[in-house]
Design a protein around this ligand. Sequence first.
Ligand code: NDP
Length: 575
Amino acid sequence: MVTRKAKKVAPRKSVKKAVKRTRIVKKAASRKPVARKRAAKKAPARKAAPKKAGGFKLTYATMFNPPEEMHNRFETALAKIKAEMGREHGMIIGGKEVLAPEKFEDRSPINQDWLLGRFQKGTVEHGRQALQAARKAFYGWSRMSWKDRVRLMRKAADIIDKRIYEFGAVLSLEVGKNRTEGLGDAAETADLIRYACDRVEENKGFIVPMGKDPIPGFNIQNVSVLRPYGVWVVISPFNFPCALTGGPVGAALVAGNTVVMKPATNTPWTVRLIAEALRDAGLPDGVFNYVSGPGSTIGQELIENPGVDGITFTGSYDVGMGIFRKFAGGRYVRPAILELGGKNPCVVTKNADLDRASLGIVRSAFGLQGQKCSANSRIYVEKPVYDKLVERLVDMTNKLTIGDPTVRGVFLGPVINEGSYRDFKQFTEELSKAGKILAGGKVRTDGAFAKGYFCQPTLVGDVPLNHRLWKHEMFLPITMVAPINSLEEGMKLANDTEYGLTAGFYGSKQETAVFFDGIEAGVNYANRPQGSTTGAWPGFQPFGGWKGSGSSGKNAGGHYYVQLYMHEQIQTLVA
Ligand code: NDP
């Protein structure tokens, strides 16, 4: 089903040189253990990412050139997973497999004839049962020593790692991710869980002795303790069903909460695998609960039920804001961590390295078919280099491979469902009238594409800057490019949106300082060929949004994240 000869988006010469330079710098650093030790003392925040066999560690920044072994193991796992397609999967409530009277089918966006599995259409009553089970398990789990919780959660992360190729194959079939993206989603999940464990350990369970009151004749001990809230609900989107379920679930659990998780209707299989990893790690019954079914019924119950103490919702702005307002209708204020959409800009100045810029932009605009919250959907280019950059973008976009994303070398798989496929046709029609389609613009229906939802990667120019689609998150492989007169104008346009998730920049060192200082977004990259706006990794680029893209102001996979799942208690004892 690969349309063109499998051709990687390979780094050009200058990029290769830069990568080589980085390696040399790393080597030099490794020759100075004393200096490294000193640096580690100063910044103890992050343990080095664990290296995998052969020294290769998969992240979204390293995934473009994986070793051969990774492909072989993926193929084996894919064959195994394909043989398991079509089975029925239950929900897991209070440690038991629970079936609902009605089921729904999970079909692959690659080929609608592929029935991946039958899942339970959980009802409002199942939502209630899951919350009750989580409540029942809370006392025991929250009173367990933090060291034991960390041990169990590390075990769950190790299980995910051990089954990573099976996770990757399911992600590829269920979401339409290419194999490295699928494996990345799973690897990120394990790292997010470990990162939360690391923070709890590093902070010794967040039990902090405070000052003694200066009152003569009394020995007054004060202790600050971070304690879990109670029952936590995690609702995740279709595009990163593994990391965006497992990450928040991991943080909530290691903090001592119990959890009810609900996947998007399009991705119940991946989330079921996370639940199985938690179960197999030996978490007690009811500590985690996995329910499936529509957001509009069971999902709604998880928002409205007063038995919920906190929620993490990752998804679209509109659904998220609706949930936030509903959740605020309780008797008192409860924590709501919202991770919402993006409309991520990239600014390119006349001083940019255009090799890096074009490579980074194409990867971020079209990776996972543009269905990343961090996708690069707006590109502002200074006029002197506009034509040159656009020419490269068109050339590279036209060379991207579309097809069955489980096949080696395919870069773009299908979009998630018929709704997205329809949106693609409508948006491209609207954009072709407002501006000029420079590359792509069509859906693919020929041959093996006929039974899936395949859309060409699409680059659009000449769209007036006041057009509505400069601000609307399309969530598709469509990106728009416009010329600008100056960095100042680019920054103004970049910030002129309700979103503030990620942003990219290519230009001189001095200009980069202006970009970092002025940009209104949570995750920002400069001069990065691995992706202009995408590719964050826990412990390296903690991920979260500003403005309409996120509510907590603290990024997942970062220093301050796990604390969001706990409230502070002061304990004063007069001895
Ligand atoms: P949606 O907002 O459509 O759905 C997200 C989740 O909410 C799904 O599990 C959905 O279930 C559920 N849901 C829908 N309605 C309700 C409701 N009334 N009550 C409770 N739950 C409900 O998002 P998508 O799945 O389409 O994901 C794409 C969106 O997610 C994009 O906007 C993207 O930018 C954003 N996103 C943000 C990220 C971030 O970190 N900021 C990361 C990844 C994605 P169901 O499927 O059953 O309807």
